[in-house]
Design a protein around this ligand. Structure first.
Ligand code: GLA
Length: 385
């Protein structure tokens, strides 16, 4: 309800293109104010203008987000000495994102992760999706929500600056049924959280699984690998996959396996363990079943970088967490600050429903029916120790 009121306020105040200019300083002093400003960030091949929005909270944290793909282009957070560092991978220019991106920082939909065989059946009808990952559909297809320009409005709520993105996905887009109206609200809160709240409605039964795909490196030095980052995952079980990274439908205890992060452990400690399912990654690229009641908001994971002291917690009301260790980064991308992104130079934490749920009747459903409202909150919360 709060969000609806905010949206109405934004609409009635005609703030679609307004900028809230606060102090542009990156200092850590409490004197900075919440602000959100915008600037041009290039043009799509069809002439559509892309904007970049800069959100700042009163602690000096800064998030820069594109209307293209809702991409988090940079995220400045303090280390243990208060020094700000950019903790996400990405490009300086739009062209990089248009040419080649493994979903850097993007909003992911309609279906985050894989749908096996790029097919599913809903209410007796089989839908065939675009294949973009071998025979499977990955992250919404060839042109998923990461590759479209979202409309934007801004707002400064008591929580912090907000960017309200909206996208209307037409019936049949990438093979998915139903006209889907999607809203994604990014808030940079004064609790040093980057909060993403999705909502969606449809006019036909469909499947929806939205997530966020930032590549984090908490050192703030994208040339340093993340193998020394310490990870805790609030999970007793994973959903094992086959060689094509499609879930088998089973659940497996993490006990005695390299997937056990109930005791905080370095990412690199067991990443080369011969565990067959781990090596399908190769390395971490799996879904953890989070220990909390279905639909309840709670802590999923905590990642600490011992070198900088930065800590990132992941909170969500989603049932699963895809933890990906940047296994496919291969040195072929040069990103911001001229950094060449090599294997394990970043990790992703993607709260979501379990992969291939539309074909796994024993998994929590991802079906959305007309009259229902999809909702999903993802929070990345930063501190230092
Ligand atoms: C997700 C997938 C990975 C990979 C990346 C993008 O995390 O699970 O297998 O596709 O996205 O490269």
């Amino acid at each position: 309800m709060k969000k609806i009121i905010q949206l109405l306020l934004v609409a009635t105040a005609g703030l679609a293109t307004a900028s809230f200019v606060g102090c542009a300083s990156h200092s850590m002093s409490k004197s900075t104010t919440n602000s959100i400003t915008s600037a041009p960030f290039g043009t799509m091949p069809d002439g559509t203008a892309v904007q970049i929005y800069t959100l700042r909270n009163t602690h000096g944290l800064e998030a820069r987000i594109l209307t293209y793909g809702g991409i988090l282009q940079s995220l400045l957070v303090p280390d243990r000495t208060g020094k700000l560092g950019d903790v996400v991978l990405g490009y300086d220019h739009l062209q990089g994102y248009l040419d080649k991106t493994p979903y850097f920082g993007a909003l992911i939909g309609r279906y985050g992760n894989r749908i096996g065989g790029a097919k599913f059946t809903l209410e007796g009808q089989t839908y065939t999706l675009a294949t973009n990952n071998g025979p499977n559909s990955l992250h919404g297809g060839i042109k998923g929500f990461d590759k479209v320009v979202w409309s934007a409005k801004t707002f400064v709520s008591p929580e912090g600056p907000e960017l309200i993105l909206a996208y209307y996905s037409r019936d049949g887009e990438e093979g998915f049924p139903g006209n889907l109206m999607v809203t994604a609200i990014y808030t940079l809160t004064d609790d040093n959280e980057l909060k993403l709240q999705y909502s969606a409605t449809t006019d036909k039964p469909t499947v929806v699984n939205l997530t966020h795909h930032s590549y984090f490196n908490l050192t703030g030095q994208p040339n340093t690998d993340i193998l020394g980052h310490i990870v805790y995952i609030n999970s007793d079980e994973t959903t094992p996959v086959d060689a094509g990274l499609i879930t088998t439908g089973e659940f497996k205890s993490v006990a005695g396996t390299p997937f056990d992060f109930r005791t905080p452990t370095a990412i690199g400690a067991r990443i080369n363990d011969p565990d067959v399912v781990l090596q399908y990654g190769p390395g971490y690229d799996h879904n953890w079943v989070i220990n909390k009641p279905f639909g309840q908001y709670g802590l999923m994971a905590r990642v600490t970088d011992p070198s900088s002291g930065r800590v990132m917690e992941v909170w969500s009301d989603e049932p699963g967490l895809q933890f990906y260790a940047g296994n496919f980064l291969d040195g072929t991308i040069t990103g911001k600050y001229g950094a060449v992104y090599k294997i394990h130079d970043a990790f992703c934490m993607e709260p979501q429903h379990y992969p291939d749920s539309p074909n796994k009747p024993n998994f929590p459903t991802t079906e959305l029916k007309p009259g229902e409202k999809y909702h999903n909150t993802i929070v990345y919360k930063f501190s230092a120790e």
